[in-house]
Design a protein around this ligand. Structure first.
Ligand code: ADP
Ligand code: ASP
Ligand code: MG
Length: 440
């Protein structure tokens, strides 16, 4: 069985919903994972922010607008009166619960519940639509099998057991539609896999059912060699290795949730990225195979904090690094980049929740400087540190204010730390030099 995940844009308009139906309607058995219709999760996040700030009327105004757009969509999508009425009832129920949330006290559970409505709506509407169009479809409620553990990792044993059980109990179908993004936490409460998490849902399910392939259908023709939101003339990459894709996703390439390849890489289940609007274009295939050499793609991750830790004594005393790492470990804060000199260590973190406490502990034995608003630019490709063209990168760096550089940590990654204000310009400059004027 294959798993096909369709993102927000793919289910965000009548035209695209019809397109998705055509893509999946080939009589092959499959699991279809859907995101919320584009714009919905953002609207739900804004609604919960208004509730948090006790601005009920602002929350209600957004709910009203959202409900109108759902009414219009369902009205246009369904010709079968009975199915239309059933879907309208479901949509009304969700909006009833959404309105009731505006009277509740804000907490994490309320937020998680509100943002779960997007995927509940899209999957209900979509499965009803394809049923109307004659597809043998069953809805698999993600909250009946998708669960994370105490460390917020997928509870693979639970997921595998339950998804199989549910599929076996349901009437036979060709298409099993389920919600991306949402799950239960270790206490059985509604939770999620973080923004963009439907990609992750797809590969978790892919691993659970040992799918032959996981396909991520989105609004672009595959993984591009740079971020198309900031750089023009980016081009799709036909093949990526799991390692390359993992680095790029982790270091900010929005097209994939950072954890997407984790569940499937060990099982060697290929991940294919495809464009819903152009199903015939090749897209990107992610497997263990390694293609090409040299710098293949660039991505950037914002929200990075750099911490410089200077040893109280002049020489980097033995045991100094251990002391530092222990502090970060205690606060469960992972380190992304690290460089050392004789007297200082610079490192970066992307989660500043415990920054104050960490700095306070570090200052007990060192001098600490903190720089916020940093971005990591990550250059990825097979064997890039050995490639004879990689030196070109260093020629560009004379024009870029680089705060840290990490080279040699792995064969396929070079990372630069810069101030976020220079991100777009740096991405463009690197692109022009590495991919356009000079072929690497
Ligand atoms: P979906 O809603 O389908 O999950 P996303 O918006 O999460 O779609 O991801 C697709 C978008 O990711 C693209 O439209 C593009 O703007 C952005 N993007 C960022 N970096 C890349 C990249 N390297 N290659 C392709 N798309 C990228
Ligand atoms: N709907 C969720 C989001 O917007 C999950 C996803 O689209 O992958 O973040
Ligand atoms: Mg996405």
């Amino acid at each position: 069985m294959r798993v096909l995940k369709f993102g927000g844009t793919s289910v965000g308009s009548i035209e695209n919903i019809i397109q998705v139906k055509d893509i999946i309607n080939d009589q092959e058995k499959k699991v279809v994972v859907l995101s919320a219709m584009s714009g919905t999760t953002n609207a739900l996040v804004t609604i919960s922010e208004h509730i948090k700030n006790e601005q009920k009327s602002k929350a209600s105004a957004i709910i009203d607008g959202l409900e109108i757009s759902y009414k219009e969509t369902t009205q246009a999508l369904f010709s079968n009166e009975e199915i239309l009425l059933n879907v309208q009832e479901y949509v009304q129920d969700i909006f009833y619960y959404l309105r009731r949330s505006t009277d509740k006290k804000y907490d994490q559970l309320l937020y998680n519940t509100i943002v779960s409505y997007g995927e509940l709506l899209s999957t209900y509407i979509f499965s009803a639509y394809i049923r109307q169009e004659g597809v043998r479809v069953q809805l698999l409620p993600a909250l009946d099998f998708m669960r994370i553990d105490r460390n917020n990792e997928p509870d693979n044993f639970y997921i595998r057991q339950n998804i199989h059980r549910i599929i076996d109990e349901l009437p036979v179908a060709d298409v099993y539609v389920t919600q991306g993004f949402i799950c239960l936490d270790v206490d059985g409460q509604v939770s999620n896999l973080q923004r963009g998490g439907s990609d992750y849902t797809a590969t978790i399910i892919g691993a659970a059912i040992r799918a032959e392939e996981v396909q991520i259908w989105t609004d672009i023709d595959g993984f591009h060699n740079n971020d198309p939101r900031f750089v023009t003339n980016t081009t799709p990459i036909s093949n990526l290795s799991f390692d390359e894709a993992a680095e790029l996703a982790y270091f900010g390439a929005k097209i994939l949730h950072p954890q997407t390849v984790t569940p499937v890489r060990e099982l060697d289940i290929p991940v294919r990225l495809k464009n819903t609007m152009e199903p015939n274009s090749y897209g990107t295939l992610i497997t263990h195979d390694v293609h090409g050499e040299g710098i293949k793609a660039i991505a950037a991750k914002d929200g990075i904090t750099a911490i410089k830790i200077k040893s109280g004594r002049m020489l980097l005393a033995h045991g100094f690094l251990k002391k530092i790492f222990e502090i970060f470990e205690r606060y469960e804060t992972s380190i992304d980049m690290i460089t050392t000199s004789e007297i200082a260590v610079s490192l970066t973190i992307d989660n500043a929740t415990h920054l104050e406490a960490i700095v306070e502990e570090l200052e007990r034995f060192s001098f600490v400087e903190v720089d916020n608003e940093q971005s990591i630019i990550c250059l990825v490709g097979n064997s890039i540190i050995y490639h004879n063209q990689t030196h070109k990168l260093f020629q560009i760096l004379q024009d870029v204010d680089v705060r840290m550089i990490s080279y040699g940590g792995s064969h396929n990654n070079i990372s630069l730390l810069i101030h976020s204000d220079h991100k777009i310009e740096t991405l463009q400059r690197l692109h022009r030099y590495l991919f356009e004027s000079i072929t690497v």
